[in-house]
Design a protein around this ligand. Structure first.
Ligand code: PEP
Length: 249
């Protein structure tokens, strides 16, 4: 079901103690808002965070997971392990995973399948590089990323997929896609899904924008018809900024 979502990706920030402090402050400051609130702490804080948010409307997500059920994958974490600490949502395909850990669309397709096989929700990230946008190739790139990783899924799987369009040139750079650029791409993404599946299915998919969303620009970006919320990096590390972005809805 399409809904408004604000998700904070902490990346490799906040140790166990910082995470506990953050969550207790967030729960105090969170006012009623229409948006679903997600935080994605590092693995070492997932158990404590998911215990701390119990009974609240904050959802804890993982930033990554392996596609295999278990086995000889030193340093990796499986879907079942995430579920054993109360985590049912996972971010997959973040541009940093793609760039620094060589995650390809083919690998991500396997991760998505594993998440869905475990009844988890996947927040699937994708987006073009600066040179793609400069050369006017952004739609081709984005269409390819979605197609390669997600179009093998049956229509019924899409209720467990959230999309996060994150132009790489806007992540952590302070440079944001303009609200119109975000809207144009989100409309293109929705149309691409409609072409492959149906307009009804496409209308139900939540598509988040990510890339230097801050309290100052969140309201305008979120006001666009096809933008259903944001995946937030830097500003999600500060409770005041994160709650201001949530309250932008
Ligand atoms: C991100 O890493 O997903 C992100 C959007 O980061 P930032 O908000 O810092 O650009």
């Amino acid at each position: 079901m399409r809904k408004q979502i604000v998700a904070g990706n902490w990346k490799m920030n906040n140790d166990y103690v910082d995470s506990e402090l953050f969550v207790s402050k967030l729960l105090k400051e969170l006012k009623h808002s229409k948006a679903e609130v997600i935080i994605a702490p590092p693995f070492t804080s997932l158990l404590a965070s998911s215990n701390s948010v119990k009974g609240s409307r904050v959802i804890v997500a993982a930033q990554n997971m392996h596609f295999a059920e278990n086995g000889a994958y030193t340093g990796e974490i499986s879907a079942a392990m995430l579920q054993s600490v109360g985590v049912k949502t996972v971010i997959l395909g973040h541009s940093e995973r793609r760039a620094y850990f060589n995650e390809t669309d083919a690998l991500l397709a396997k991760k998505v399948d594993t998440a869905l096989a475990h009844n988890m929700r996947a927040i699937f990230c994708f987006g073009e590089e600066l040179e793609d946008r400069k050369s006017g190739n952004e739609e081709t790139i984005v269409e390819g990323q979605i197609k390669n990783a997600l179009f093998h899924l049956p229509a019924s799987a899409w209720e467990h997929i959230v999309l996060a369009y994150e132009p790489v040139w806007a992540i952590g750079t302070g440079e944001t896609a303009s609200p119109q650029q975000a809207q144009d791409m989100h409309a293109f993404i929705r149309q691409t899904i409609a072409n492959q599946y149906s307009a009804d299915l496409a209308a139900e998919v939540s598509i988040l924008y990510g890339g230097s969303v801050k309290p100052a620009n969140a309201k305008e970006i979120f006001s666009k018809t096809d933008v259903d919320g944001g995946l937030i990096g830097g500003a999600a590390l500060d409770v005041e900024q994160f709650t201001a972005i949530i309250n932008a809805f």
